[in-house]
Design a protein around this ligand. Structure first.
Ligand SMILES: C[S@@+](CC[C@H](N)C(=O)[O-])C[C@H]1O[C@@H](n2cnc3c(N)ncnc32)[C@H](O)[C@@H]1O
Length: 236
């Protein structure tokens, strides 16, 4: 994508009412204005809210919003040119239950209040082989999520990375979290239902390389401070 193209998308992003783009000052050590008010300010209903972290172009957020019109969906990513695609689609199709938030996931606690979110999807996150602390399922991140994920809320992790999948299983095990389901080859095992068959931009590329796609769902039902597994950071 050319620089000109990016600038055009950034400009158009300003016009999408479904896309919020807080500045660093808006979220650094303070609450963003819509925290705790997403349903009243953005969606105008009381439906459960599902968040997709690292949503890229928003394929999961958009597809889920169409499958579940009685839930609200927020895709989060830092890259404006990627979010543009989802925000443009949601705008052009008048999707009432979709929003996007451009921010670093490190600041996510500034955007959501206690119990505000019912489910989290993490789709094809960078496995960060050398920097475990940057993984979106590292205990540092889980400790952030537990501040806003409702009791009994579910985290869905879909990835091509066996490393991230196995690491997250270890994190869940050592923190006594309930793993609802895990599968290290959803298509090969024939267990990809409608929900799991939604394909993102990155997933299509990994599938073309013949990589198996993994899935796990777990709960943050132990509310203690989460800790790293003993083998953290070691490539699996
Ligand atoms: C490998 S891409 C996957 C995108 C999309 N989920 C897909 O499957 O096509 C990872 C995405 O996570 C976003 N991301 C990674 N770390 C992030 C962070 N700390 N805060 C916000 N976004 C992040 C990147 O900008 C990128 O769009």
């Amino acid at each position: 994508m050319s620089g000109k193209d990016k600038l055009r998308k950034f400009r158009e992003n300003e016009s999408f009412s479904c896309l919020l783009q807080p500045s660093t000052e808006d979220v650094l050590n303070k609450d963003y204005y819509i925290k705790g008010e997403w349903n009243s300010e953005m969606f105008h209903n009381d439906n459960p809210i599902v968040v997709e972290l690292g949503c890229g172009k928003g394929e999961y957020t958009i597809a889920l919003s169409q499958m579940f019109p009685d839930k609200n969906f927020i895709g989060v990513d830092i890259k404006g040119a990627r979010l543009w695609k989802g925000a443009k689609f949601a705008t052009e199709h008048n999707l009432p239950n979709v929003a996007f938030l451009r921010t670093r996931i490190e600041f996510i606690q500034s955007a959501f209040a206690s119990d505000e979110i019912s489910e989290i999807w993490i789709t094809f996150a960078d496995p960060q082989p050398k920097r475990a602390k940057k993984r979106l399922t590292h205990p540092l991140f889980l400790n952030r999520y537990k501040n806003f994920l409702a009791h009994d809320g579910i985290i869905h992790l879909k990835t091509d990375s066996q490393l991230l999948h196995n690491y997250t299983l270890e994190v869940a095990k050592c923190n006594h979290l309930t793993v609802i389901e895990h599968n290290n080859d959803i298509y090969g095992s024939g267990s990809a239902n409608d929900l799991l068959s939604i394909k993102t931009f990155y997933e299509a590329q990994f599938l073309a390389q013949g990589l198996p796609i993994t899935y796990m769902a777990f709960k943050l039902d132990n509310k203690e401070e989460f800790v790293e597994p003993p083998s953290a950071g070691i490539s699996v």
